[in-house]
Design a protein around this ligand. Sequence first.
Ligand code: FPP
Length: 251
Amino acid sequence: MQFSGSPKSKPPTPETSQQVIPAHVAIIMDGNGRWAKARGLPRTAGHKKGADSLRNVLDACRDSGVRHLTIYAFSSENWKRSSEEVNDLMQLLKHYMEQELETLHQNRIRLRFIGDLTMLDKDIKKSIHHAVELTSRNTDFNFIVALSYGSRQELVRAARKLASKIKAGELNPDDITEDMLADALDTSGLPEPDLLIRTGGEQRLSNFLLWQSAYTEFYFTPVLWPDFGGAEFKAALQDFSQRERRYGTAE
Ligand code: FPP
């Protein structure tokens, strides 16, 4: 098997097939609301079904040799939704973590969160802190949840970190490198995504991993997230496997 990935990507577990497996997959899970509306159900029912899709896709990732999965669970802009929907999404997330944490830990999965977590309620923060601590020494798989996340906001936080080092006389502006900026992001230490999947038919990034996806391959599908499962994920991997990645070089 050949391995894909940016120079920082870790190769996945070897298998016998010739498919190129992305080390890091990022997903924009779109279409929950439309899935629910088509069935005359409340939006929350779509999010609940979306949580089932997430379980299936996480399993499919691990089965196929992917090593890192980043999901866009809740964006900075999602705070503008009705307080009822925001509350439902937060409760669903808390419930998901409580229900899945033991299994995630047993499967040696490390949970990480990216985003502005200061915005979250105390009880969610507590659950997150517990989950991150418990799984911090797991090395088989990284499961990264983007929560209250916006890429521009993340870049502003990174700029502020570097600016305060300059102010303290610890850093010269001319010495700032790409690696330094990458290290100041929430995703510090993680490889860049090789493949980004967006379900639900829209073809845009919506403020997700703007810096990190400079050389990422995109896969857009009209399938709504609650209908996205193992078979759809395999189709995305198959498509990725045909791509030729040149990272800006001529060959
Ligand atoms: C976009 O669909 C989806 C979200 C804003 C939330 C994603 C959340 C889940 C899949 C729930 C499970 C996640 C966890 C971590 C338990 P949308 O509501 O924008 O759909 P629409 O475009 O059809 O309206």
